[in-house]
Design a binder for this molecule. Sequence first.
Ligand code: KIV
Ligand code: NA
Length: 267
Amino acid sequence: MREAGKPIAMLTAYDYPTARACEAHGVDITLVGDSLAQVCLGYDDTTRLTLDEMLHHIRAVARGSRTPLLVADMPFGTYHASTEDAIRNAVRIVREGGAEAVKLEGGLEIVDTVRRLTRIGIPVMAHVGLLPQRHVMLSGYRAQARDAAGALDVLQSALALEDAGAFAVVLEAIPHALGTHITRKLQRAVTIGIGAGAGTDGQVLVWDDMVGTWDGHQAKFVRRFADVRTEVERGVKGYVQAVRERTFPALSESYGMPKAEWERFEQ
Ligand code: KIV
Ligand code: NA
């Protein structure tokens, strides 16, 4: 797709129906993101998410996904203790979860891990720029690399991760000029932007941001392509009201019984 100049559309999914929607409507890469922690499980941040919780959702997405490339985030703490630990956990994500590739946040400090994973046949998507798993160290979810030194750091990370074998690099919350520059500098790996401008090879958004069901903080880079929240409100309120008014269910939504049987029953 990169060679053909065709932008890559990546979207997160956390369960069977969202996986089916990605499949049916032309998404190229489905990501079981660890944003799962906040948007589906109600945690404050992604560091709370366990590998077992992640696997539960990857399996559901995998059951609904055939055509899109299926990538899953390695949760916080599952790839830093040692390379061996990272391999064991990545193997679980592929074997038990059914993911085709894993995504890891970080720069030069994870290059060796990325090299080992790709050498044993597990495709790796890297993730640089804003790293949500390190939001405390970063003093919050803010745009990264807005000075020359920071920009050079992100560029060098992306180049090193490509050299280590990463097939793609997510660029999160960096200046658009840097997103375009890194995309030009990478030879083989594709760039997938989220808040990295229009010059990347592809884009990714979180499902709940994109369809408008997330009511938490909305980042500058989020665009709501649908307003599902309003539809959900309409549906739930309408249902509750109909129950209260006894207009639901109607006779046509109820089961009948032959009159003769009913009379025998009443006796
Ligand atoms: O967890 C996630 O959803 C992500 C994407 C937004 C890139 O990492
Ligand atoms: Na993530």
